[in-house]
Write a protein that binds this ligand. Structure first.
Ligand code: HEC
Ligand code: HEC
Length: 238
């Protein structure tokens, strides 16, 4: 940072030098926090705690962001805020947007016209908001205790585990147009999420979101490591 600056304009350097770095960061965070309060708080829980009734989960207008720093990859967050794409095929609560499957269809249908586009931010605003969000780490200790062990896994074994043995496919897409709609698409999960969060969430979804409808499957460490690896493989494939 300092090296890069010193190549640049001397006046700017002098100006920056006068401001201690801590204060500069705090100012950046303050801008991001202000944007969050103005433009995001209406749909997202920024302070916690997570909803503690099923009704409150269903009424949620967007995913909880109060533990964003424990959950996301910062680079992804900054990019996505500028060009948001759909992550939950059925929106915040799929039940509001689903057309039940006909006897002949494999999956339910989504009424995509009923799903609004997500607001987009300019690059500087996205950077400020992303920095402010990434500072929210109430579960840093939980994340720090997670160790993801690297494993090698043939893709067909991953498919079997995800589709057949554990039934994740009922709620999650493992490829475009392949899988259920009641959970977030997972072929982008490794791009979006901290691997330790992925592991921890699969291990105990209710520790993150007490009333969420993803079941706790009491997955063993070996399966958790395989599933983290599998999500990386399908993200590389897409
Ligand atoms: C009108 C309601 C609404 C507003 C306003 C809104 N969001 Fe969202 N947001 C949503 C919904 C709904 C989703 C889920 C979209 C999906 O999964 O496809 C979402 C998803 C997200 C996600 C991805 C979450 C995840 O874990 O998958 C982030 C990050 C996010 N919003 C940040 C923001 C920020 C920052 C702002 C303010 C600049 C904002 N949102 C404003 C409704 C909103
Ligand atoms: C009954 C439906 C259901 C099943 C079965 C299910 N999940 Fe989920 N899963 C969900 C829901 C709902 C969420 C969180 C929704 C949200 O945050 O909006 C979720 C979240 C996740 C997340 C975090 C994703 C993100 O973008 O925040 C991961 C990773 C995940 N599930 C993996 C799995 C795996 C692996 C399996 C199989 C072992 C599985 N899930 C089985 C419904 C399910």
């Amino acid at each position: 940072m300092r090296a890069a600056i010193s190549i640049g304009c001397g006046l700017l350097l002098a100006a920056l030098w006068a401001v201690p770095p801590m204060v500069a960061n705090a100012a950046g965070d303050a801008a991001g926090s202000a944007l969050l309060a103005e433009q995001c708080a209406g749909c997202h829980n920024l302070t916690g705690p997570a909803p503690d009734t099923v009704q409150a989960v269903r009424a949620r207008k967007g995913p909880d962001l109060f533990y964003a720093g424990d959950k996301y990859r910062a680079e992804w967050l900054t990019e996505w805020l500028q060009k948001p794409t759909r992550i939950r095929p059925g929106g915040a609560f799929y039940g509001d947007h689903i057309v039940p499957s006909q006897a002949t269809d494999k999956w339910d249908q989504i009424d995509t016209a009923s799903l609004p586009d997500h607001p987009a931010l300019s690059a500087p605003d996205a950077r400020a908001v992303s920095a402010a969000l990434m500072a929210n780490t109430p579960y840093a200790e939980r994340i720090a205790t997670v160790t993801v062990e690297p494993v090698s896994l043939p893709i067909f074994m991953g498919d079997m585990l995800f589709d057949k043995f554990k039934g994740c496919i009922a709620c999650h897409q493992s490829g475009k147009d392949y899988g259920g709609f009641s959970g977030p698409e997972l072929y982008t999960a490794a791009d979006r999420l901290n691997p330790r969060f992925i592991y921890s969430y699969m291990q105990n979804p209710q520790a993150w979101d007490p009333k969420i409808w993803m079941p706790n499957m009491n997955l063993a460490a070996a399966d958790l490591n395989k599933l983290v690896r599998y999500l990386q493989m399908i993200a590389e494939e897409e």
